[in-house]
Design a protein around this ligand. Structure first.
Ligand SMILES: [Zn+2]
Length: 264
């Protein structure tokens, strides 16, 4: 069982990551009033490792969207963690609105991202076998928590200095979490990374919303980019040089940015 590993503080709140293939889960151990802020607990094994390494009984658990691979570990934590926060639009899904998200076949469009992290068959098997919560894998939408709070666009009071930014396009409920003080963006699947470069997700449900999200996010200063899939990248103004959702990465390496490598 791989552990969460620290990416360091980089002038902001300490962040730890655990990736199983492309399934990234982030923990900021003290960001929520001295308690852990967990972002995208997508697999049950992420949850099990959080139980070993952090203090889940004080944790705030947040999802960037309710695709199954971003919320699949939440049921394991929701009985213990005092707060589970989902994007505002997921409240409509829970009331019966059909969630909008890309067809599974479109995952081929992010092949360079899928190749950028070490493949783990067991992670794919686990994602397929996990209790079906959220949406996208099978069945209708199922809330990953019985009593979530919903994150509207703007600052949220569960973690000081953080705000939610509605970023629809990949899905209707896609939401980024931004910490302005350290220019840290947890981008979920709105922005991925490839070859140490940001890439607005070409795997999209709504072209117009994807374009509007891209315009909005390009104005945001981001020096620590923590994507839902792809390697975390630290650098300077990372979204200013991001690939558009309509572009494809070339093999060229981006030397001005560095992949943030965990301390093992
Ligand atoms: Zn997704």
């Amino acid at each position: 069982m791989t552990r969460f590993a620290s990416l360091g503080t980089g002038g902001g709140p300490d962040v730890w990551v655990r990736s199983r293939w492309v399934f990234n889960c982030y923990v900021f151990p003290t960001a929520s009033d001295g308690a852990p802020l967990v972002i995208d607990c997508g697999l049950p094994s992420h949850a099990h490792q959080i139980l070993r390494q952090f203090s889940p009984e004080r944790a705030t658990v947040v999802a960037t969207h309710t695709h199954t691979d971003h919320v699949g570990g939440i049921p394991e934590l929701s009985a213990i963690a005092p707060a589970v926060a989902l994007p505002a639009r997921a409240e409509a899904f829970a009331r019966g609105e059909a969630p909008g998200g890309p067809r599974l076949a479109t995952v081929a469009s992010i092949a360079p991202v899928l190749r950028s992290q070490a493949f783990e068959l067991s992670a794919v098997v686990e994602a397929g076998r996990a209790t079906a919560v959220g949406f996208g894998l099978r069945g209708p939408y199922a809330s990953p928590s019985p009593s979530p709070v919903y994150l509207a666009d703007g600052p949220f009071d569960l973690a000081d200095g953080w705000e939610a930014i509605a970023t629809p396009g990949h899905t209707d409920d896609s939401t980024c979490l931004y910490h302005a003080g350290s220019r840290t963006l947890c981008s979920g699947d709105a922005v991925l990374t490839v070859d140490n470069r940001a890439w607005f997700n070409p795997e999209r449900w709504d072209d117009a919303a994807t374009g509007a999200t891209e315009d909005r996010l390009r104005g945001l200063r981001v020096d620590r980019l923590l994507p839902g899939h792809g390697r975390p990248v630290f650098g300077t103004d990372l979204l200013a040089t991001a690939l558009s959702a309509t572009e494809r990465p070339t093999r060229r390496r981006w030397s001005r940015c560095t992949a943030a490598r965990p301390d093992r």
